[in-house]
Design a protein around this ligand. Structure first.
Ligand code: ADP
Length: 579
C-alpha cells in the first residue's frame, strides 16, 4: 500500500490533466453506449416501418455518437499519453537525482546491469501505471453510475442485474486476475533484472570468459534465465487470457439475465418492444468500461514490483549527509585529517585508525604504503564519497561537514589509477573538467600533459572520437589525458591516486616527470606504493594497516630504517634476499 501511495504521489502535479483524461475516457465509453443504443433503437423501430420523420432523432443520434466517440477517444489518448510521458520524464529525473548522492558508497553493492534495468526497464514498466492502472477504474466508476441511473429509470430489477454484473466484471474478475498474475508478475520483474545484470556482466567480461572456455556455462546460465522468463510470461498470459474470458462470460451472463427479466416485461406491455434490443446492446456496451480492469489488476502488480525496486534505492540513506545550513563554498587554504577512524561497514574492521594528516597550501605530500594500507580510502574521504566514523576533516578551520559536498569536491582535482573516459570525442572528454574552456585552453593542457605528438596525428583533432571508454588509447595516453583534465580543472588541491599504477616502467617515469613539471606550484597529495622520485615530495606519510606509522622527508625516513626504508630497499634491489 505504501508503494502504491508513493506512486500516486507522482501523479499530484497532473491532477487537472487526469480529470480531463478521465472525463474524455468516460465520454468515449458513453458515446459507444449511445451509438449502440440509438442504432438498436433505429433498427428495431425501422422494422416497424414508421414514417422517416419518427426516426430522425435516432438517425441524428447515431451520427452524433459515431463522431463523438472518435473525437473523445482521440482526446482521451492525447491527454492520457501526455500525462504518461510527463510522468515518466519526471520519474527518470527523480530517480537519477536520487542515485547521485548514493554514489559510490551505496551503489557498489549493486550490479551495473541491475541498476541499468531499474533506471530503464523498471521505469518503462511504470508507463502502464497511469494509462492502464489508474485511469480505467475511474472511468469505470463513472460509467457504472451513469448506466445505473439510466436503467434505474426503466426498471429497478434491470438496474440491479446490470450493476451486479458490472461489479462482478469490474471487481471480482480483476481480483481473481490479480492473484493469478501476482507471482509471475513479480518473477518477471526479478528475472528481467537478473538477465540484465548477467548480460552486462557477461559482455563486460566476455574476453576472459572465452579465454577460460566458459562459453557453455555462460550459455546455460543465460538459457536458464530465458526459460524462467518465458515461464513467467506464459503464466501471465494465462492470467490475462483467463481475465478476458471471465470478463466476457460475465458480460454475456448479465445480458442473459437482463433478457430473462426484460422479455416478460415486453410481453406484459410494461416495456416497449423496440427497447429490448436497446437494453441488450447498452448492457454489452457498458462492459467496455470494466473490460480493461482485469488487465489493470495484472499491471498493478508489475508496476508495484518495479516501483518497489526503484524506491528501495531511492529511499537509501546517502553515506554523506548534507548540512541543513551549509557554509559558503570554501576557499581551500589548508586541509587536515584529525584523528580519523573509518570502516566501510559496521560489520568490518576499521580501514583507517586515528589517522592525522595535514596538507597546507603549496605542500606536496606523498602517501605511501603497501597495497591495502588505506591510501585510496583517504582520497575517497577527502572527495567526500564516504564520511569518517570518528575524527574530523578540517577545511579552512571549519569542519568539512559544514560545507555542501559538491563545494568541497570542487577544490580537488583527482587523477586515479584507471581514468574513466567517456565514449565521446576528445573535446567532450576534456570539457568535463571545465565546460567553458576554449580551444586554446584545451590544446595547452594537452601539450602540458605531454600529449602533443599524439594529438597532432589525430585525424579529427579535438573532435576525434575516442571510442568505447577510450579503448583506442594506450594506458599511458589515457593517464596523460587524465592529467590534462586535471590541469584544465585548475583546482587548488591535486589528488593523485596511483596514477601510474598500470603503466610500464618507462611510461611511468615519463608521466612522473610530466607531473613534476606541471604541479610545481600546486598543493599535491600523491598516493603510491611505488617509491619513485620521492625526493621531490616535501613530506612522506607512511601508512600501514590503516595507521600512519612514520612521516618525514625521504632522507630522514631512509635513515630511520623503518617501513619506508624497508620498502625502498626492496624496490631498489635486484634480488630480494629475505624472500
Ligand atoms: P590502498 O589504496 O592503500 O591500496 P585501499 O584504501 O584501497 O588501500 O583499501 C584499504 C582497505 O579497505 C583494503 O583492505 C580494502 O580491501 C578495503 N576496502 C576498500 N574499499 C572497500 C569497500 N568499498 N568496502 C569494503 N572494504 C573496502
Amino acid at each position: 500500500m505504501k508503494t502504491f501511495l508513493q506512486l500516486l504521489g507522482f501523479l499530484r502535479p497532473f491532477l487537472g490533466g487526469i480529470g480531463l483524461s478521465v472525463l474524455a475516457s468516460t465520454a468515449t465509453i458513453a458515446s459507444s453506449i449511445g451509438l449502440l443504443g440509438t442504432s438498436a433503437f433505429l433498427i428495431s423501430s425501422a422494422a416497424l416501418q414508421p414514417s422517416i420523420a419518427a426516426l430522425q432523432v435516432a438517425i441524428v443520434g447515431v451520427r452524433f455518437f459515431g463522431i463523438s466517440r472518435g473525437v473523445f477517444r482521440y482526446l482521451e489518448r492525447l491527454s492520457s499519453h501526455s500525462i504518461n510521458f510527463k510522468l515518466l520524464a519526471n520519474m527518470r529525473v527523480w530517480f537519477y537525482q536520487a542515485l547521485e548522492p548514493l554514489s559510490p558508497a551505496r551503489l557498489i553493492s549493486y550490479q551495473s546491469g541491475d541498476l541499468l534495468q531499474r533506471a530503464v526497464g523498471d521505469i518503462e514498466v511504470l508507463e502502464n501505471f497511469y494509462v492502464r492502472v489508474i485511469a480505467p477504474p475511474l472511468a469505470a466508476i463513472l460509467i457504472t453510475l451513469g448506466v445505473g441511473l439510466l436503467f434505474g429509470s426503466w426498471n429497478p430489477s434491470l438496474e440491479g442485474v446490470l450493476i451486479s454484473g458490472l461489479l462482478l466484471g469490474g471487481i471480482a474478475v480483476p481480483i481473481i486476475t490479480y492473484h493469478m498474475g501476482r507471482n509471475p508478475g513479480q518473477t518477471l520483474v526479478k528475472v528481467r533484472a537478473e538477465m540484465s545484470a548477467s548480460y552486462v556482466e557477461t559482455l563486460q567480461g566476455l574476453a576472459d570468459l572465452l579465454a577460460y572456455g566458459q562459453e557453455t556455462a555462460v550459455r546455460q546460465r543465460l538459457g536458464n534465465l530465458e526459460q524462467k522468463l518465458s515461464a513467467a510470461q506464459m503464466r501471465l498470459a494465462w492470467a490475462g487470457g483467463s481475465g478476458n474470458a471471465l470478463g466476457q462470460m460475465t458480460a454475456n451472463l448479465t445480458l442473459l439475465m437482463v433478457l430473462i427479466i426484460a422479455i416478460p416485461l415486453v410481453s406484459t406491455g410494461k416495456l416497449e418492444g423496440v427497447f429490448l434490443a436497446v437494453i441488450s446492446l447498452v448492457v454489452l456496451a457498458s462492459f467496455e468500461a470494466v473490460s480493461p480492469l482485469p488487465q489493470a489488476a495484472q499491471m498493478l502488480e508489475a508496476c508495484l514490483a518495479s516501483a518497489r525496486r526503484l524506491f528501495e534505492l531511492a529511499d537509501l540513506e546517502p553515506a554523506v549527509k548534507e548540512p541543513p545550513k551549509p557554509l559558503p563554498a570554501p576557499a581551500a587554504g589548508a586541509i587536515s585529517l584529525r584523528n580519523i577512524t573509518f570502516r566501510y561497514d559496521e560489520s568490518l574492521l576499521p580501514v583507517l585508525q586515528q589517522v592525522d594528516l595535514s596538507l597546507p597550501p603549496g605542500r606536496k605530500i606523498a602517501l605511501v604504503g603497501p597495497s591495502g594500507a588505506g591510501k585510496s580510502t583517504i582520497m575517497a574521504l577527502l572527495m567526500r564519497f564516504w564520511e569518517p566514523n570518528s575524527g574530523t576533516i578540517v577545511l579552512d578551520e571549519n569542519d568539512y561537514r559544514l560545507y555542501r559536498s559538491e563545494d568541497t569536491r570542487r577544490i580537488f582535482a583527482l587523477v586515479s589509477q584507471s581514468t574513466y573516459l567517456f565514449t565521446a570525442t576528445l573535446r567532450q572528454n576534456l570539457l568535463l573538467a571545465k565546460a567553458d574552456a576554449d580551444e586554446a585552453d584545451l590544446v595547452r593542457v594537452l601539450d602540458q600533459a605531454g600529449l602533443q605528438d599524439w594529438f597532432r596525428q589525430l585525424p579529427g583533432g579535438l573532435d576525434t572520437w575516442l571510442g568505447e571508454r577510450g579503448q583506442q588509447m594506450s594506458g599511458g595516453e589515457r593517464q596523460r589525458l587524465a592529467v590534462a583534465r586535471m590541469l584544465l580543472q585548475d583546482a587548488q588541491i591535486v589528488l593523485l591516486d596511483e596514477p601510474t599504477a598500470h603503466l610500464d616502467a618507462i611510461t611511468e617515469r615519463q608521466l612522473i616527470e610530466t607531473l613534476h613539471a606541471v604541479l610545481v606550484n600546486r598543493t599535491v597529495l600523491w598516493a603510491t606504493h611505488n617509491l619513485v622520485a620521492m625526493d621531490w615530495m616535501d613530506e612522506i606519510v607512511v601508512l600501514d594497516g590503516g595507521q600512519v606509522v612514520e612521516h618525514g622527508t625521504h632522507d630522514r625516513l631512509l635513515q630511520s630504517s623503518g617501513l619506508y626504508a624497508h620498502l625502498w630497499k626492496i624496490q631498489n634491489s635486484e634480488l630480494i634476499p629475505d624472500l
